[in-house]
Design a protein around this ligand. Sequence first.
Ligand code: UT7
Length: 323
Amino acid sequence: MSAVTARRAVIKGTGSALPRTKVSNADLAQKVDTTDEWIVERTGIKFRHIAEDDETTSSLATEAARRALEASGMAAQDIDLIVLATATPDQTFPATATTVQDQLGCNGCVAFDVAAVCSGFLYALSVAESMIRAGSAQNAIVIGAETFSRILDWEDRTTCVLFGDGAGAIILSGEETDKGVLSTRLHADGEHNQLLYVDGGAGTTGTVGKLRMKGREVFRHAVVNLSSVLKEALDAAGEDMDNIDWVVPHQANARILDATAKKLKLAPEKVIKTVDQHANTSAASVPLALDTAVRDGRVKAGDLLVLEAMGGGFTWGASVIRY
Ligand code: UT7
């Protein structure tokens, strides 16, 4: 079903950035009690990028935003809103979005961070899209950026092999159109906030803390929540499963992507998978996967996309977009 014309937020460009250093499973196995076979079999991960000292969440975010701006043909000065999703801000405050704003040179516009961990990009997208639809913003940069390597416990092999660093960004503009963001559905359930968390914080321990996860339980919830929110967003957009061209999921584990596709009876070829190259980059993973698929020519103008993610909180969400 084609959507009726309305003021909507349309994706005008995508961009991404990765730290210089790419680390293979074999590299990791030199420092951590693990093997390439275990990681590939349980997760599908082969590589992750790890930030060097001079690479930060804001530097990766700025690079991704510059590439997205370039792809959109717009200048930083055209931007009136920056929403940045991260769980690894440069500092507790100010918001990393303001650092990115200063580096881009669009000082004066609205800029703030959103914290929803691995679902952060979906939450940020929803906020920016709502502000555009309401007419309080015209051109937005929505960014997911993380340096998770800095909150990993490198002694804990059950978590440290799973994550990587990176950033992805999109430019959203308000237009009278039948394209763009057609629907978004978000959820959170704080009952499960101790299954995936960081054991520190500015308001408790006064330290940053390290990531802790009960992987098996998270896995189980992920498949159920992702498939239900995808259907919910699709229904809200008035679209059928058969009309989907591409699902762009959060890249936590190839087995989660396969199990979710199977549950939804969705052809696995329609699922964009970058987890093998990037590992789990939390809020950066969906825009990183989207930019990869746009630049390699898979995602084309007019395609129907579903973006979806699930993470700590729990938080989860999905968005249906006519690209
Ligand atoms: O981004 C937010 C969402 N996050 C996720 O979605 C993560 C969801 N969870 C997962 O992806 C999976 O549960 C994991 C990849 C974390 C774990 O896979 P699993 O198949 O659930 O493995 P497990 O935790 O049940 O561990 C199986 C075995 C254990 O050994 P025993 O007790 O069976 O002897 C672990 O000690 O694998 C062992 N193990 C490892 N072995 C080698 C755990 N980590 C490693 C490792 N290398 N890195």
